[in-house]
Write a protein that binds this ligand. Structure first.
Ligand code: GAL
Length: 642
């Protein structure tokens, strides 16, 4: 069975509405509701006094109605009493401002009082509902995101640093405190990277990011383990949008029983479809290839851009199928019924203010029916032959002050590489630079500014063993302590595989464009490099770089390593990626397949404004008929016999 449903917040409504919810959930085919995400104030109206009667009634009602529950711990939104009882457990920004209740996510994960309160409510819920027949899974917290710079954080940060570095000497060395008179003479002097005068110490920034990720994982594990003591149902926490990198998601993927993500593209249209594929491929990768679940999506876009844009007719279905195609075990929304009051009154829902007689609810019903028809796909997996390298350390490293160009963005580079593959119709995984990459025929490293020794060694081994690797500019430049690589970039084992040596970074000016020897255009960045065994495929034609290599290829061992030292424009980059990765069917998003036990299914989405003929007609699960053509904006899921 595939999951279909969404966040359900019945405490916003009354009995008459609950009755209607039951009927409409049946109509829409809802089989999973996420309950309790923001219910702390009702569940524990005063510290240590619990009120579960109302939740008992909702769980029983949902169960009787055939709807399973993804039961949340409410710890993302502590109630007002918590603020008054534990003012030291509220989050403090880098500038020292302490936040108070009035919104949500007001807590410090490093504060003992918060951690105890969170563990207690998780334990109380698990004890009461661990064996409840409605509970299908547990949803710890919601989108772990809050970061804090308070004194509790400072104390925990020092403990973490002691553990990581062993001694203050080692910390001073790692952070390069010999410069700017930053040397620490006692642990008490070490602080989180709070607001300061100018460039922050880069090592302090990177270690703080790593530390906070570990704090989150520990807080998650504490709740998870309380739940596991009373329940055998899977436990998860929902990952935030891809643009947030507050956590090492590879590590989180190893801690959850099921990877779940929230996904809200910020604009509709083709970009949203590409973004859906980006988010879904990441989720599958963090899940180690196993099935995962889309925990939240919207029936419209979200407010982050200042405008809540509607999705076009058919688009909710395309996004849903786009996620399932890449491994999701269904599709859930935030939220079931649009709020009448409160902070998210204008956020979309499955059931809008207008009620069931609305385009949106009709589309939701159709999506529910489509998900039901895909039941046989459950448990099948997606195999990709191409990977994009992704590493939290590399991302955090690119956030430090004082880098040579403000125009280089980690997330943008990853999205661009993935988008070029998506445009070419190639399904990609994400992989960590230290993962075994042997199963991929092509690997692209769009932004590995930071690359560990082990990563550099691993990439060299990948090429030597027969892989094709494309490393993009500004990669392998610092080690995992943010110390610059000396003697030429990138890090030496990778340099050998690439057969090049980068001597100088030459960022370009804003709006500056350069033309390369094959006529392609580039912007943002250039490098002065020498071929050391590699062949210059394309050269620079301007200034002091004229005649020097811009794009190189090096046969190394049984494989090939390419180095791209500038930022090609979209068409040049697309051509290079297509040359190296191959291409699928253009205009048609063809996911190689989901497969299991000799059975497989091919997912096809037509993002064109014209109908498109399918490469091969087949039995479509969505319509139950044989289809040979997809209308504009249409989707099909073809059952493929072995
Ligand atoms: C998510 C969050 C939900 C809801 C939603 C609105 O990030 O988990 O609680 O706020 O955004 O888009």
């Amino acid at each position: 069975m595939m999951f279909f449903g969404g966040d359900y917040n019945p405490e916003q409504w009354d009995e008459a509405v609950w009755k209607e919810d039951d009927a409409l959930m049946r109509r829409a085919g809802v089989n999973l509701a996420t309950v309790g995400v923001f219910s702390w104030a009702l569940l524990e109206p005063e510290e240590g006094r619990y009120d579960f009667a109302w939740l008992d009634a909702h769980l029983d009602r949902l169960h009787a109605n055939g709807v399973s529950v993804d039961l949340a711990t409410p710890t993302a939104s502590p109630p007002p009493w918590f603020t008054l009882a534990h003012p030291d457990a509220l989050p403090v920004g880098p500038d020292g401002t302490r936040l108070v209740h009035g919104s949500r996510d007001t807590y410090c994960l490093a504060a003992p009082a918060y951690r105890t309160a969170a563990r207690n409510i998780a334990a109380a819920l698990a004890e009461r509902y661990g064996g409840h027949p409605a509970v299908a899974m547990w949803h710890v917290h919601n989108e772990y995101a809050t970061v804090c710079w308070c004194d509790h954080t400072a104390a925990a940060f020092r403990d973490w640093l002691r553990e990581r570095h062993g001694s203050l000497e080692a910390l001073n060395e790692a952070w390069g405190t010999a410069f700017w008179s930053q040397r620490y003479g006692a642990w008490e002097q070490v602080l989180p990277p709070r607001a300061s005068q100018w460039h922050k110490n880069p090592g302090q920034h990177l270690d703080f990011r790593r530390f906070w990720s570990d704090v989150v994982l520990t807080a998650y594990r504490e709740q998870r383990d309380e739940i596991r003591a009373h329940s055998d149902r899977p436990v998860t926490t929902n990952m935030m949008l891809p643009g947030y990198q507050n956590l090492d998601l590879w590590a989180l993927g190893r801690e959850v029983d099921l990877v779940t993500i929230d996904h809200y593209p910020d604009a509709p249209g083709l970009d949203a479809a590409a973004d859906t594929a980006f988010a879904a491929d990441r989720a599958r990768s963090f899940a180690g290839g196993r099935p995962w679940l889309l925990m939240e999506q919207g029936t419209s876009t979200v407010y982050d851009t200042g405008r809540i844009l509607g999705k076009e007719p058919g688009e909710i279905l395309r996004h849903t199928i786009g996620h399932i195609a890449r491994g999701s075990e269904g599709a859930l929304f935030f939220q079931w019924r649009q709020s009448r009051a409160g902070a998210e009154t204008w956020h979309s829902a499955m059931l809008p203010h207008a009620g069931a007689d609305s385009r949106i609810f009709r589309e939701v019903q159709a999506v529910g029916e489509a998900v039901r028809r895909l039941g046989e796909v459950e448990g099948s997996t997606v195999t990709a032959e191409v990977a994009v390298l992704h590493d939290a350390d590399a991302w955090w490293a690119m956030e430090v002050d004082g880098l040579p160009s403000k125009d280089l963005g980690y997330h943008d580079s990853l999205r661009r590489a993935h988008r070029a593959l998506w445009d070419a119709g190639v399904t990609a995984d994400f992989a960590h630079p230290e993962h075994n990459l042997g199963r991929y025929r092509f690997v692209v490293a769009p932004a590995l500014f930071l690359l560990s020794d082990a990563g550099a060694e691993n990439l060299r081994g990948y090429v030597e063993g027969g892989g094709t690797l494309l490393v993009q500019h500004y990669s392998g430049v610092v080690d995992d302590r943010l110390h610059a690589r000396l003697g030429g970039y990138p890090a030496s084992p990778l340099r050998e595989a690439l057969g090049i040596r980068v001597e100088e970074h030459r960022p370009l000016r804003e709006h500056e464009r350069i033309v390369l020897s094959d006529g392609t255009q580039a912007a943002v960045w250039s490098e002065s490099l020498r071929a050391k065994g590699a062949e210059a495929v394309v050269t620079y034609t301007h200034g002091m770089l004229a005649g020097k290599p811009a794009l190189t290829r090096h046969r190394f061992g049984a494989g090939e390593a390419w180095y791209l030292s500038t930022r090609l424009d979209d068409s040049g980059y697309a051509a290079l990626i297509t040359q190296l990765a191959g291409s699928g069917t253009s205009g048609l998003e063809t996911v190689t397949r989901r497969a299991t036990d000799g059975r497989s299914w091919q997912f096809l989405l037509n993002h064109n404004t014209d109908p498109i003929s399918l490469p091969e007609p087949g039995h479509d699960l969505l319509t139950g008929m044989t289809v040979a053509e997809l209308p504009a904006g249409g989707c099909a899921v073809l059952r493929k016999n072995p």
